[in-house]
Ligand binder design. Structure first.
Ligand SMILES: *Cc1c(COP(=O)(O)O)cnc(C)c1O
Length: 399
């Protein structure tokens, strides 16, 4: 078996148009979003307008990170310290972190073998936990039945906030991820669908909640210099009651993001070609289970997950070691030791420990591969061949 040699963490270079736009911002010296000359809008406000238009949302706010987008969203809908907040137990550390940042308490909801929130457990916890919100994390790009999630939240009178760090550009039944709840939260951190190093975007159709979010992001009294903000009179009600959390995005990052946003549909097509090559290469392989992707879901395949349902922890370790020896870097979500990015609720000891047997069983055999766009479709077929080979050996050993 020919080893794979490319890096799983190498992104594409920033496009030339973005580099030139960033250099232009630096030449002006006006990097702060409210540092504007004359009537210029500034790159940050331009990004907000362009993102709102692309996403199909009324309002958009650019912020410093995806984590900040989520904690601002929670505060903007009125979450207070000690409020219970539901979130799916399979997510990344910034999600429980955003809940902790507002002093609220995460109540974790089970996931299914298809890596989405379990609707039965959600329904039970919506009714039994007195939650102030559901912060739904579309972890690794898998969308739950958003029609059902929205209906359950509406029926329980619980606001929905969507963490779309992995679903920027995805749709459920034709509707964009991030447009189902009170807020959609996006990240423009390097490993997501747009790359500004760090950064975040928050969208909403609710004028009062968005006015609060803008004040929270640290807009001083300069909220009229935004690209997709509610009218100034909406701020009159709330501007003196909303603290400044200083989480603004600057012109430098926004200038890098604008040309990338213009090209995002092409990136999505490229990601899905790579993702689907991996999925096609592994579908039906003995010992390997793939998540079912419903017909209503249009995903963005920037990463790929599969399970080895019969594997013991020792087998998981052996498969990872052999894949690594052939150049394929896998992330195991069931690793008892937190390594790299953490996604196990047992690694988050700042929150109450919770019993999630179903989630633990799924994560114990779940593996993940990043798909940077520096891979081509043949690379993904090659990775799939390596994984089939490695897993087949262990399926045989077990038999
Ligand atoms: C990356 C990520 C975020 C946000 O991350 P930031 O680094 O704060 O921008 C949120 N949720 C998930 C699931 C993520 O992977």
């Amino acid at each position: 078996m020919q080893p794979f040699t490319k890096s799983f963490t190498q992104q594409e270079p920033i496009p030339n148009a973005a580099i030139e736009a960033a250099v232009e911002v630096m030449r002006t010296g006006r990097l702060h979003r409210y540092n504007l000359a004359g009537q210029e809008a500034g790159a940050t406000a331009e990004l907000e307008a362009a993102y709102a238009a692309w996403q199909g949302s009324q309002y958009c706010l650019a912020v410093a990170s995806g984590g900040q987008a989520m904690s601002i969203a929670l505060r903007a809908i009125g979450v207070r310290p000690r409020d219970p907040i539901l979130t799916n137990a399979f997510t990344l550390a910034p999600v429980p972190g955003a809940i902790a940042a507002v002093g609220a308490e995460a109540v974790l909801v089970e996931i299914t073998e298809d890596l989405v929130i379990d609707l039965d457990d959600l329904s039970a916890k919506l009714h039994n936990s007195q939650p102030k919100a559901l912060l739904l994390s579309n972890m690794r790009g898998h969308l739950a039945d958003m029609t059902a999630v929205s209906a359950l939240c509406a029926e329980a009178g619980v606001p929905l906030i969507e963490d779309c760090a992995h679903t920027m550009g995805a749709r459920w039944d034709g509707r964009r991820s991030g447009s189902f709840g009170a807020f959609g939260c996006f990240s423009t951190q390097t490993y997501k669908h747009l790359n500004s190093g760090e950064g975040g975007l928050l969208v909403s159709d609710d004028p009062v909640a968005m006015a609060r979010a803008i004040m929270l992001s640290g807009s001083y009294m300069l909220y009229e210099r935004h690209g997709a903000a509610p009218p100034a009179d909406v701020f009159a009600e709330i501007k003196l009651d909303t603290p400044n959390m200083s989480a603004r995005m600057d012109h430098l990052r926004a200038s890098i993001l604008l040309p990338q946003l213009a090209d995002i549909e092409t990136s999505i097509t490229r990601w899905n070609a790579r993702h689907d090559a991996l999925a096609d290469g592994l579908r039906g392989a003995p010992g390997i289970a793939l998540a079912h992707r419903p017909g209503a879901e249009c995903y963005v395949g920037s990463s790929f997950q599969f399970r080895l349902p019969d594997a013991s922890p020792d087998t998981m370790r052996a498969v990872m070691a052999e894949a690594a020896a052939l150049g394929v870097e896998l992330k195991w979500f069931g690793d008892p030791e937190p390594r790299g990015f953490t996604s196990s609720h047992t690694s988050w000891r700042y929150m109450a420990s919770q019993d999630l047997p179903q989630t633990d069983a799924v994560l114990s055999t779940l593996l993940d591969i990043r798909i940077p766009l520096t891979f081509d479709v043949d690379d993904c077929a090659h990775i799939a061949a390596i994984l089939r080979h490695v897993v087949a050996r262990h399926v045989k050993i077990a038999a």
